[in-house]
Design a protein around this ligand. Structure first.
Ligand SMILES: Cc1ncc(COP(=O)(O)O)c(C=O)c1O
Length: 391
């Protein structure tokens, strides 16, 4: 069933104001998310923050069920945190790496993840090894298979990178890591919300995601999934009285569920808003969302590639909602600014966010246009027309 575009746009107040093609940055929130957040903030101001949290506990608890349904896990396997980076870090820094260990990463690695990997590798003497890409520009699954030996203590895979439409073959990687007994940490920050994700089908052990991008949730929200039988083997790098309980004998006991990766103080309004966003996405159906965003992005890529002086740069056999391009003779920042002046939101992908990929391809920076299901073809045409005029 195709998506009801009229309804999608009517329920997205921002559509009246901008052609928003920066959904990989932060998508426009739908009205139900906006209402839920504002309503909770009002309730906090009316009866008190703790009191509002207690009164609406079912709503913040619903967020765990919604996420569990979204990615096919149990509610006890979900931690709700501030963003994808915090989610990823809480999982990664829980691992105990030593000299002689290896962590495998890929060319799609995100800067924040790479910096953390490098820090721990430098501290411990563990080796950080980059798995090469295949001829499509996605992780080479056969080369990865050959690299999985007893020294490998983690595979870090970015499902969809910040800098392009590539969808890495996460399921093929998960099948390998599962068979080898090596934990797979999947950065699903850019994939969750634009396509169906099932952690069991993929075979990942940990998954990090954010609320504000394709899920259309509030800023400052994210979540971590950790497979049940791994949770108690991972000691979080940070603990507080929510993650652990102070015992009468002076010791502490870390809670058994994934909330050991959370901390106590949280933004109840946005946490509730995240759950509403996930339910809203589920309401559309992630298969329908995927079909529409893939089709819109393919149309945009074709239109840009047919424009003199313009070139798209997306890699991979499967390409999603993110479209990256360059305009000959125009710095990316200039293109972004020209489009913004015309009410078209896109963003700039700097080389420092994805060095392993950009440096190999000889790229400094790209313009990134990322579609969502509420975008219409007329918005893509406007973008192409404006970009054509820049050349
Ligand atoms: C692939 C990828 N991973 C992680 C992140 C970090 O997400 P957050 O800003 O929610 O921490 C981003 C943000 O753009 C991203 O693109």
């Amino acid at each position: 069933m195709p998506l009801d575009l009229t309804r999608a746009r009517a329920e997205t107040p921002g559509c009246e104001h901008v052609a928003h093609l920066n959904n990989a940055g932060a998508a426009l929130a739908p009205a139900p998310v906006l209402d839920a957040v504002v309503e909770h903030l009002r309730r906090e101001a009316t009866i008190g923050g703790y009191e509002a949290a207690a009164e609406r506990r079912d709503r913040s608890e619903r967020t765990y069920d919604a996420i569990a349904t979204l990615i096919g896990c149990g509610r006890d396997e979900v931690a709700v945190v501030e963003n994808a980076t915090r989610a990823w870090d809480m999982a990664f820094y829980s691992l105990r790496l030593r000299e002689g260990d290896r962590v495998l990463t890929t060319r799609a690695e995100y800067a924040s993840n790479y910096i953390a990997l490098r820090q721990v590798a430098d501290r411990t003497g563990a080796a950080l090894v980059v798995v090469p890409d295949d001829e499509h520009g996605q992780v080479d699954v056969d080369r990865l298979a050959a690299m999985l030996d007893e020294r490998v203590k983690l595979v870090s895979l970015v499902h969809v990178p910040t800098q392009g439409g590539l969808v890495n073959p996460a399921g093929a990687v998960g099948a390998l890591t599962r068979a080898a007994g090596v934990p797979l940490l999947l950065d699903a920050c850019q994939s969750v919300g634009q396509m169906p994700i099932d952690v069991v089908a993929i075979g990942c052990d940990m998954l990090s995601a954010t609320g504000r991008k394709f899920l259309r949730g509030p800023r400052g929200t994210g979540f971590l999934y950790v497979r049940r039988d791994l949770i108690e083997r991972l000691e979080p790098p940070l603990l507080d009285l929510h993650a652990a309980e102070w015992q009468p004998d002076g010791s502490y006991r870390i809670r058994p569920d994934a909330r050991r990766f959370e901390n106590w103080e949280t933004n109840s309004a946005t946490k509730i808003g995240l759950g509403v966003a996930v339910d809203y996405a589920l309401g559309w159906g992630l298969d329908a969302v995927k079909a529409r965003v893939y089709a819109l992005a393919a149309e945009l890529r074709a239109g840009l590639d047919a424009t003199p002086g313009v070139r798209t740069h997306d890699l991979g056999e499967e390409r999603c909602a993110i479209v990256t391009f360059s305009v000959a003779g125009r710095p990316a920042a200039e293109v972004v600014a020209a489009l913004a002046a015309d009410g078209i939101n896109v963003s700039l992908s700097p080389g420092s966010y994805s060095r392993l990929d950009f440096e190999r391809r000889g790229l400094d920076e790209l313009v990134r246009a990322s579609v969502h299901y509420y975008n219409e073809v007329a918005e893509l045409d406007r973008l192409i027309e404006r970009v054509a005029a820049l050349h």
